[in-house]
Design a protein around this ligand. Structure first.
Ligand SMILES: Nc1ncnc2c1ncn2[C@@H]1O[C@H](COP(=O)(O)OP(=O)(O)O)[C@@H](O)[C@H]1O
Ligand SMILES: [Mg+2]
Length: 313
């Protein structure tokens, strides 16, 4: 099982669209994919379930909020009990051999994030605080080691655009980090900051793991960047428009985060109408068009980097 966190400090850069469609295309190639929505905005969840359906069937006892809100996340409810199977998307996956499951988010997750941070700050002894740091930061990683997750090939975690404790648990749980970004100044500005903050987290986590006493039982982490995938790229005469090309090259040359070869163009006709259908655009697309090909290339690149094999249609 491979675990990938999808994140960027900026909202509106295509994180959720990439997570839903990457997961859907990977599933259409026969992989068993689990999506985890860790953004309190709950957009990934609403790409698969209507708001009414969520209110009625998921809101009260089938979201990640229930999991993060116990004193130690997961103490009251096993993570695997929260898995749901979005029906419409899986109908579109019939005969592919793949499946797509989801752990849904909740608008109230933002409160859990603050409570967790307060709990972390509330420890007084150094050994106690190291232990608490590791217990809290490792919670999602530990939970995903449950046998019930062994049936998945790929887990994609859609993170909130912040570096709160919930996002940190996703980084600790992940082998790789995928960073969707728009090719503009504000979206590329935060990339190195993100890289630095991830390194600081990894270093602190591993320092605590290595410096016992009080921290036994945890293993060091080594999440790496899968890379930046530029989204909503404007193409004119088969070329990236020059203003965006400039930002992409700048990141390619100067950023510590690598840039993937694949890009996703701006296509309001595919992605403009989010939600509603319950089926990600790349699964709903009937013919092979240029955007479908771009997503296919992204999936090729991601699966290859993760050493996963799927059957390309
Ligand atoms: N390639 C694209 N072309 C056109 N619109 C897009 C594309 N990717 C995403 N969008 C739209 O841009 C908005 C933000 O995308 P979203 O995936 O929700 O970003 P994030 O999760 O980073 O906040 C959404 O309305 C989405 O439908
Ligand atoms: Mg989002």
């Amino acid at each position: 099982m491979r675990i990938v966190a999808v994140m960027n400090y900026k909202g509106g850069v295509g994180k959720t669209t990439v997570t839903a469609n990457l997961g859907a295309v990977a599933a259409s190639r026969g992989l068993r994919v689990l999506l985890i929505d860790l953004d309190p905005q709950t957009n990934l969840t609403f790409s698969f379930f209507s708001v009414d359906d969520w209110q009625e069937n998921l809101k009260d006892d089938r979201t990640i909020k229930q999991w993060y809100e116990s004193e130690v996340p997961g103490r009251d409810v096993p993570l695997a009990d929260l898995i749901v199977n979005p029906e419409r998307a899986n109908k579109a996956l019939l005969n592919t051999g793949g499946r797509l499951d989801l752990i849904s988010s909740h608008l109230g997750l933002i409160d859990n994030d603050l409570e967790l941070a307060a709990r972390l700050g509330g420890t007084t002894t150094l050994d106690g605080s190291k232990r608490k740091f590791l217990d809290l930061h490792n919670c999602l990683r530990g939970a995903l080691e449950d046998q019930r997750f062994a049936e998945y090939d790929l887990v994609l975690i859609d993170c909130a655009p912040n570096f709160g404790l919930v996002t940190k648990t996703a980084i600790v749980a992940s082998e790789k980090i995928l960073v969707p970004a728009k090719a503009d100044y504000l979206s590329t500005l935060g990339l190195d900051y993100l890289g630095r903050n991830c390194s600081i987290l990894v270093q602190q986590f591993n320092d605590y793991v290595n410096h016992k006493p009080g921290a036994g039982g945890y293993r060091p982490i080594h999440p790496g960047f899968l890379g930046v995938v530029f989204t909503m790229v404007h193409i004119y005469s088969q070329q990236v428009v020059s203003a965006q090309h400039k930002y992409i090259e700048e990141v390619r040359l100067n950023s510590q985060v690598p840039v993937l070869g694949s890009k996703i163009r701006n296509s309001p006709s595919h992605f403009g109408d989010t939600g509603g259908s319950g089926v990600p655009a790349m699964l709903a697309a009937t013919g092979r068009d240029i955007v479908v090909s771009e997503f296919d290339e992204l999936v090729d690149e991601v699966l290859e980097a993760l050493a996963l094999q799927g059957d390309r249609k």
